[in-house]
Design a protein around this ligand. Structure first.
Ligand SMILES: O=C(O)c1ccc(O)c(O)c1
Length: 282
């Protein structure tokens, strides 16, 4: 059985912004900065100040209050779970699924009349464990908005154009060195209902399957120098600057293909003290 990338980011924007207290950009920035400062002092959930993982209930990220877990995780016997959990093999993941700019394959990419609009990019990187060992054969799934900042989703509210040649969904397996590689289109910034004039920095969602279903992590990759970082409560919920920086890809001219596409590198550490920020389980 293979797994399916999540495409429900837009569905998760259901919180209305009507009761937001801040209305101007300055007020919103000040509110975010104040709460970020409080968060940096606190040790919520036993996390040390400056922890790489954010608070699961971070007020400026409004829907985190509504949907963060309120009960302890359910403990399961890993061996029992592995008998019924989804798994996959090399034959389930076609190499073309890593190219979000080309025609339909296996129900993922759905180009119908040519190439998608936008800036072509390649995103590559290495997935390693806490000791720097490559994680080979790792299922990496991505989903993202199109160049206009629009997701393909039934609940999408953003009145930007859909691109008939872009679904924004892809996946691949890491090679023996733990390297993954995608070709896609740079996503646009995404307006969401968190507060007035809230825009998410351009980002690509990543699901990292680990070696087993119970290890799956979901995270996001950003692009260098995005002016929206300072205004984004999801990014600001992370108090540790190194943990923030670890989410930002590096422009890599060696991976830029002449006359064709821009290259970005983004490496991911799955475990240990350098573990990548991950979205709280919902
Ligand atoms: O958590 C959210 O509500 C949310 C909404 C839109 C996004 O693009 C996103 O990454 C998160």
């Amino acid at each position: 059985m293979s797994t399916t990338p999540r495409t429900d980011a837009a569905e998760e924007t259901a919180v209305p912004s009507s009761d937001a207290t801040a209305t101007t950009q300055e007020e919103i920035s000040a509110e975010i900065a104040e709460i970020a400062a409080q968060a940096a002092q606190a040790t919520p959930d036993g996390q040390p100040s400056g922890a790489r993982q954010p608070r699961i209930d971070y007020p400026p990220y409004r829907s985190s209050i509504l949907r963060h877990p309120t009960k302890d995780p359910r403990h399961v016997d890993p061996e029992t779970i592995e008998r019924v959990a989804p798994c996959f093999g090399h034959r389930d993941v076609h190499p073309l699924e890593a190219d979000l700019t080309i025609g339909a394959h296996a129900g993922t990419n759905s180009a119908v009349s040519g190439e998608p609009i936008g800036e072509r990019i390649t995103v590559t990187g290495r997935i390693v464990d806490g000791d720097g060992r490559p994680v080979a054969g790792q299922l990496v799934e991505i989903w993202q908005a199109n160049a206009a900042g629009r997701y393909v989703h039934k609940n999408e509210q953003h009145p930007a154009p859909l691109d008939p040649n872009f679904t924004g969904v892809g996946r691949c397996l890491t090679d023996a060195n733990g390297d993954y590689r995608f070709r896609t289109i740079k996503p646009g910034p995404y307006p969401w209902g968190n507060h007035r004039n809230a825009w998410r920095p351009a980002h690509i969602h990543f699901s990292l399957f680990g070696n087993a279903f119970t290890q799956r992590l979901v995270t996001q990759m950003y692009f260098p120098g995005d002016p929206l970082f300072a205004l984004d409560p999801i990014y600001q919920a992370i108090t540790d600057q190194k943990a923030r920086d670890a989410l930002v890809a590096t422009y890599d001219h060696d991976r830029t293909v002449p006359d064709f596409s821009m290259g970005y590198r983004w490496d991911i550490v799955l475990t240990g003290s350098g573990r990548i920020w991950t979205e709280p389980e919902k």
